[in-house]
Design a protein around this ligand. Structure first.
Ligand SMILES: N[C@@H](CCC(=O)N[C@@H](CS)C(=O)NCC(=O)O)C(=O)O
Length: 214
């Protein structure tokens, strides 16, 4: 298997963690998002959305969208399971994952940040305020839910790692990159730090990928 990713990409990070947990080898090629390599014709032919990850299992068109790739990995390699079997718990794990992947992460990807600055002439520090606002909104939602819902256990859903944790961690590491304060989110912090202490998460960490700053 192989995929196109980027060291800083939260979406590629989620996929990398699942691959590590399931023991699936995958070769990753890094696309330089800061240099705009996602807009080069060769890459647009792979993903017309100009985004990573783009994931290949054998020949044929790539799979895109990290949550769809996570579902695919779950289908072809069910063990260890990264979604609960019980329908309600499964839906809750997905709901928590989607808070991050559908409603938080899309608001701070490079194309949104760059468009804010170029189309509306918003200075970089104000754009970063926009990013931090949506980070904080996502983290606050997670914290409130995880601290109060009975489904929370050692991990976001019960005592087994699920897609919810992969997404939670992918948001959490971004707090360091974007300078978001973390003290108000102790439950998110507890789960993120527990996950990141485990090798499958640690070796997928953005700062351990080629191209990351030392
Ligand atoms: N919803 C997509 C997000 C994909 C995405 O936007 N990836 C970012 C990196 S995390 C990217 O490649 N952005 C390029 C850009 O915004 O120019 C997923 O979960 O895979």
């Amino acid at each position: 298997m192989r995929m196109y990713g980027n060291w800083r990409s939260a979406a590629a990070f989620r996929v990398r963690i699942a691959l590590n947990l399931k023991g699936i080898p995958c070769e990753e090629t890094f696309i330089d998002l800061d240099a705009g390599d996602q807009y080069k014709p060769d890459f647009l032919a792979i993903n017309p959305q100009a985004a990573v990850p783009a994931f290949f299992d054998g020949d044929g068109p790539p799979l895109t969208q990290s949550l769809a790739i996570l579902d695919y990995l779950e289908d072809i390699h069910p063990e260890p399971a990264l979604l609960p079997k019980e329908p309600r718990a499964r839906a809750r794990a997905r709901s928590l994952a989607q808070v991050v992947a559908c409603d938080t992460h899309p608001l701070y990807v490079p194309r949104v940040r760059n468009y804010l600055m170029s189309a509306y002439d918003i200075p970089k520090d104000e754009m970063m305020g926009f990013v931090r606002h949506w980070f904080e909104t996502g983290l606050k939602t997670l914290e409130t839910r995880l601290a109060h819902e009975p489904g929370t256990g050692r991990y976001a859903q019960g005592d087994t790692i699920s897609h919810a944790d992969l997404c939670l961690v992918s948001l959490w590491v971004g707090t360091g990159i974007f300078g978001v304060e973390t003290a108000p989110y102790p439950t998110v912090k507890r789960i993120a730090e527990d996950c990141l202490s485990q090798e499958a998460f640690a070796k997928a960490h953005p700062l351990r990928q080629p191209g990351a700053p030392a």
